[in-house]
Every structure is written in C-alpha cells, then in structure tokens.
Design a protein around this ligand. Structure first.
Ligand code: NAI
Length: 396
C-alpha cells in the first residue's frame, strides 16, 4: 500500500515501515561509529520500541554486542492498516540484530501486568538465564493495577495554582495561551500510580525472586527535570510527583539488590520529541526554542546520542558520576546556564509570526514525523510498501 501520514492532534495514526527501518539503521550506524563500549551483555528493555527505550536497546546490542529482550505495547499491522511505529522499529531492529549474529527477542503486551512479567521471566530462564542490565523506559497515560484491577489515568496538571503560559500547535506553528487548573490529591495519586516507581520495583522484585538477575546487575529508569519555563506544569506538577517517586524508588531497589551487589539508577535525560513528550502542553514550544539554541551551539542530541553517551560516559565507566540527589545527568547540556538563559530570552519574544525564525519549529516538525517513519531522507513515499511486516523474534 501507499502510506501517508494521517495526524490527529499530537498523534499520527499511520506509520511507514521503510522510514522506521531507515531510522533504526541510522541509529545503529551512529552507535557503531562511536566504537565499542565495555558494557552490558544480557539486557532487558521495558519500553523498548520507541524513544529512549529503543535507543537503549540499539546501544546495548550494537555498542556492546548484547543479547536483548524487548518488552513493549504496540499495534500489529492488518491488511491495509499499518502497524504502530514501535512495531516496525522492533521488527527492523531484530532483523539487523539477527544479521549481526545477536540474540534479540520481543514481547508485545502490557508491561504493567503480572502475565507479561511472568512471560518475560520464563523466556529469560529458558534462554538467557540471567540479565545484567534492566532498562525501564515506559511512558504510558494509563495503568491497570495488576493486583486490584483498577485502571489509573495520569494527568498533566500544575499544583501551585492555575498555570497560564504559551503553547504551540506544532502543525500550524500557532502560539496561543493555555490555562490549566491545578490538580488535586487524586490527580497526584493517579499520576504517581501510572508513572511513578511502583511498577519498576515490581519488575525488579519479580526478576530477583526468579533468580534471573546477574551479580553486579544494574537497572536504569529515565526522568526529566527541565527548565523554569516548564516547571509549573512538569517538575512541580503531577508528573513531577511521579518522577520524584520514580527517583526515590531507585534507592529502595538498590537496597533490595544488596546481596547481588546490584545498583539502580535514574538518568535525567534531555527534552526530546517523542510520542510521550508531544502530548505535554508547553513542552513542544520549549523544545522548539531549545533545539534552535542547542543546534546553534552544536550540542544538540537525539535519543541515540543521549543514550550512547549515557552508556559510554556514565554507566560503564569506573565511577558513575551522579548529582547531589544520586541521579545521573545527561541533561547537562540542556541545563547549561547559557542555554537556559538564551531559551528564556527567546521565550519572552516569541510569537506565531516570529517562531519560524526564533525557534526550530521545522526541526520539531521533522522529528515528530520521523517518529512515525515519515519525512525520512532517502525514502520514496510514492512507492508501494508492504505494511504486513512481522517481528521475527516475537514471542506468542
Ligand atoms: P516513548 O513514548 O517513545 O516510549 C514509550 C515506550 O513504552 C514504548 O516502547 C511503548 O511501547 C512502551 N509502553 C507504553 N505503555 C506500555 C505498556 N503498558 N506495556 C508495555 N510497554 C508500554 O517515550 P519516551 O519519551 O522514550 O519515554 C521513556 C521514558 O523517558 C519516560 O519515563 C519519560 O518520562 C522519560 N523521559 C522522556 C523525555 C522526553 O523528552 N521524551 C525526557 C526525559 C525523560
């Protein structure tokens, strides 16, 4: 079929297999160009199909020759209906990994459930025996609690009064003011239940109980801090409470891994265009300005550059550099004083008319479409493609 982008708000309903394949190949080539990392050998990535999780899987496999198991929730294709992009990413990741002689298998289902944890553990027991790195990179708006069956929905609300600020519709470039009413205790509870650390801890407890964690194993989850411009709705909002909880969970996981001499980390990453971040108000405008400033300074990175640097300069070095709160910081370039000062200056001036010049709306837009395999260089979008791509190592 011929596949074109069909967008609805901040999501795209279609994905292009060839574009997704090219994105995966580009990321693999980037990792290979940076040389070998003396890194992990048997890796479980939870949330492995897009964004930071996919980059973690690629870096493990192609930077460190690791066997990988990827867990994700993606929509398979049906005749005439393309799959979700993470499906195609995983299919082509596996194809490339297998070609390179690397073990790669995938599990598609709800990572919050007991069933998917059990299935993953069974696969590890049968095939890899143990895991030395667990990456936790889930981003989800909802979670069905595996014990109670209750369904929780996360919300993106401020907590310190009504939030008013500019936001952009990144399709049209139109800037408008939004106003978001503050969340309450219930909103905090819901958001922390979905995006906090409970499920990460459940995974680690289940893996440890099943004896499939290696001596000296590591686990990493991803967090975000960001600028003063976004803090009311992000770090000091409901999602920030979830990130506080996630960060605190790292300490309790490290305690529980004591016998194995294992360690849990949170890595604070840079703001980037992913399916998760495009849904957050204000963030797309912030990212458009941030991209402009960071690209001009030649310090712009995407997911793969961030994660390659996380592995090679932080996680797999003799000492892992951390901040006062015990977190790894690969948002260091985003948070540089000069970068933040310039973004804040642009923020004051930017309007719908000046955004194309002051910000990198074009870069934002391109990255957004790239997530779904569109606007990728070298792909002929007028050509028929087979949408029915299968993931070779998918476990049923
Ligand atoms: P993403 O939307 O690209 O990836 C989310 C992943 O989770 C996908 O693999 C998806 O299949 C999987 N997933 C979602 N629900 C699932 C479920 N119920 N069961 C199994 N898999 C499920 O998101 P992104 O942006 O890569 O986020 C990953 C982490 O990085 C999140 O914790 C996010 O807060 C954090 N982060 C993101 C930043 C950004 O700017 N995008 C910045 C810093 C941290």
């Amino acid at each position: 079929m011929i596949i074109e982008p069909r967008t609805r708000g901040f999501i795209c309903l279609t994905a292009h297999p060839k574009g997704c394949e090219q994105n995966v190949i580009d990321q693999i080539e980037y990792v290979q160009s940076k040389g070998n990392i003396d890194g992990p050998k048997k890796v479980l990535v939870i949330g492995a199909s897009t964004g930071f999780g996919l980059a973690s899987r690629i870096t493990s496999a192609f930077g460190s020759d690791a066997a990988t198991i990827g867990v994700f929730l993606e929509k398979p294709p049906s005749e005439g209906r393309p799959a979700s992009p993470g499906w195609y990413n995983s299919a082509y990741f596996e194809e490339q990994a297998h070609k390179a002689g690397l073990y790669a298998k995938s599990i598609n289902g709800d990572a919050f459930s007991h069933a998917i944890k059990d299935q993953t553990i069974k696969l590890i027991k049968e095939e890899l025996k143990e895991i030395d790195l667990v990456i936790y990179s889930l981003a989800s708006p909802v979670r069905t609690h595996p014990d109670s069956g209750e369904r929780f929905k996360s919300v993106l609300k401020p907590l310190e009064g009504t939030f008013r600020n500019n936001t952009v519709d990144f399709h049209t470039g139109k800037i408008s003011e939004i106003s978001i009413e503050p969340g309450n205790e219930e909103d905090i509870k819901n958001t922390v239940t979905v995006m906090g650390g409970e499920d990460w801890k459940m995974w680690m407890d289940a893996l440890q109980k099943a004896n499939v964690l290696a001596e000296g194993c590591k686990t990493v989850a991803y967090s975000y801090i960001g600028s003063e411009l976004t803090e009311a709705v992000y770090r000091k909002g409901t999602i920030g409470k979830a990130k506080d909880d996630l960060e605190a969970t790292a300490f309790s996981i490290t305690d529980s891994l004591e016998k194995l001499n294992g360690k849990a980390y949170v890595s604070v990453n840079k703001a980037l265009v992913t399916q998760a971040s495009s849904a957050i108000p204000v963030i797309p405008l912030y990212i458009s300005l941030l991209y402009k400033v960071m690209k001009e300074k030649n310090i712009h990175e995407g997911c793969i550059e961030q994660i390659q640097r996380l592995f090679s300069d932080r996680l797999y070095t003799s000492t892992t550099e951390i901040d006062d709160e015990g977190r790894i910081r690969i948002d260091d370039w985003e948070m540089r004083e000069d970068v933040q000062a310039e973004v804040a200056e642009l923020w004051k001036k930017v309007t719908t008319e000046t955004l194309p010049k002051l910000g990198d709306l074009e870069g934002y837009n391109k990255d957004f479409f790239n997530l779904f395999g569109f606007k990728v260089a070298g792909i002929d979008y007028d050509k028929e493609v087979n949408e029915m791509v299968q993931i070779p190592g998918l476990q049923e």
